[in-house]
Design a protein around this ligand. Sequence first.
Ligand SMILES: *[C@@H]1O[C@H](CO)[C@@H](O)[C@H](O)[C@H]1NC(C)=O
Ligand SMILES: *[C@@H]1O[C@H](CO)[C@@H](O)[C@H](O)[C@H]1NC(C)=O
Ligand SMILES: *[C@@H]1O[C@H](CO)[C@@H](O)[C@H](O)[C@H]1NC(C)=O
Ligand SMILES: *[C@@H]1O[C@H](CO)[C@@H](O)[C@H](O)[C@H]1NC(C)=O
Length: 600
Amino acid sequence: MKSTTILAALPCASLLLLSFSQIVAAQTEDIPSAEAGALPTNNHGHGHSSRPPHHGDQKPNFLVFLTDDQDRRINSLDYQPLVQKYLRNQGTEFTNYFTTTAMCCPSRVSLWSGQFAHNHNVTDESPPHGSYTKFVSQKLDQNWLPTWLQQAGYSNNYIGKFINGVSPTLKQAPKGFDTAHWEPLVAPNIYTFYDPVFSINNGPLTSYKGLYQTDVISDKSVEILDTLAKNTSQPFLFVISPTAPHDEVWITGNGTLFTPPVPAKRHEHLFKDVKIPRHPNFNPKHNDKPSWVGTLPRLTESQVSALDDKYRARLQSLQATDELVERIIKRLEHNNQLDNTYIVYTTDNGYHLGTHRMYAGKQTAYEEDTNIPFIIRGPGVAKGKKSNAVATHTHFPATVLHLANLPVPDSLDAHSIPVLENKAVYGKDQPTEAFSVEFWSQAFMENTTARFDANTYKSVRLIGQGYNLLYTVWCTGEKEYYDLVEDPFQIKNIYKSTKPAFLNRLDALLNVLRTCKGPTCRDPWAVIHPAKPSSSSSSSSADKGHGHGKEHKNSVRSLKDALNKKFDKYYAELPKFAFKECLHYYNPTNEETAPRHTEL
Ligand SMILES: *[C@@H]1O[C@H](CO)[C@@H](O)[C@H](O)[C@H]1NC(C)=O
Ligand SMILES: *[C@@H]1O[C@H](CO)[C@@H](O)[C@H](O)[C@H]1NC(C)=O
Ligand SMILES: *[C@@H]1O[C@H](CO)[C@@H](O)[C@H](O)[C@H]1NC(C)=O
Ligand SMILES: *[C@@H]1O[C@H](CO)[C@@H](O)[C@H](O)[C@H]1NC(C)=O
């Protein structure tokens, strides 16, 4: 986050005028709901026989736990026994789930809009290129998952962190969240674990002095669930977004400073001997990374020890989230709504600690920052399974719409995720094997106010039969290629020793993905190898229950197909991708193809 802009100046006086705690009144967990067991009465369903197993015509509910900066690759989920018990053991975990821009604001906008950052253009955390004001000014809330659900009769509810820049002066709920319960954490108390400040439906600020943020969210969420249970004929979306395990953030005269997250008092003693897993890419001796990452010295012993402390603080701070998950699931069960609710646990972006000598943070295309938790349980979802289907935040809206049996707009940049055990209800062959990871902002490390300018890059991340790779072009002109089958920790950049014929395919793919939109993001190979008109049989509407079915009849649908030698010449002659300069925003004319001969 870039300096002071995340926090609109808040006069101290207004903080003092806040009304105080309603929290005691919220402790009503054991009072039975009068309406529990009421029969669903609505009629929204379209009655497709191949639909997920919902109760009658009742639309399913969606409850989303959205944490902040939670890693998957350094094992944070393993320290959440209740997430294990209620979600991993009762649902399916997607191990190849990614964010396409590793920073909260762009990533959260992709989650709800189903668009890559190059399409929604919220590319930073603070103005002018990011934050809530940019999100609203682009009118991104007019036509996105929350409004689609709202139009279908859903009650949409939100509590916790939304996106950066929800400040007390901005009394504007995003459309889609403006008719039920909208209760964001507001600046400057979004990233402080004690004394959280909320505003309900744009009303006055309420501060909870001395109380722990996640616990306040937990109490409030139970109240909201009980209200929702009073009318079971109206389906709901309920997003619960605590800040853990994000650092605390302080705006100082010298810039933005980060300090480790603060656990609830009852969890301070935990995990005393736990350290960051020493994966081969942890503070490595050998570092061949491009751009600013390549300039980093090895971390000193005292820095490593500070990082281990931060790791423990993160795990401790997640314990209240773990308890929140159990409490909410028990409450849903108590309200007779568990069986008709899809529950998702995910985060905005991943996090690295000591990876490739980087101190702590996100913002790179490496696995620690992009590969994130995604667990779902609910009707028809397999229990205790792991799926390696490739998916990203851009897949989320189509997934929800599909499960709700609602039309899936063709404008979405990704298909629905095959979350149901009975895969037959999904497209037979999911073409998602490649997606882009993109970034246009400075990088920073959460131990210093220093910023690194040259952190603009675009990557192809591809996981398919026999392939698992990352190819990145930086704004500096540097390139990286990792074969994750051989090198899962991305230690050896083998760009220079890889056959040009192979890299040409990846470059062509990157050239499509960098500006793709809707169908061209969903099947980029069809742009490079367009279908022959004669072979098409207007299949696009036959599949409308799935939204995005098999839209192209092109013969090349994967890297494997594209590697056919007969295309070598074709790929060699295609233009190459390159940035002109290191800009901190998305300007398509800065990202143009270069003729083949400029290749180094
Ligand atoms: C994205 O937004 C920036 C301002 O933040 C603007 O300068 C740029 O032109 C926009 N890019 C596109 C492609 O609209
Ligand atoms: C319950 O929700 C339905 C669907 O939104 C609505 O038509 C109905 O008026 C609601 N009932 C009550 C008692 O609020
Ligand atoms: C800014 O940093 C300098 C040097 O580290 C320090 O002396 C000064 O006190 C800091 N100022 C503030 C407002 O934090
Ligand atoms: C922050 O971390 C980087 C390495 O990632 C290191 O080079 C730098 O010295 C650290 N700064 C402080 C103040 O510890």
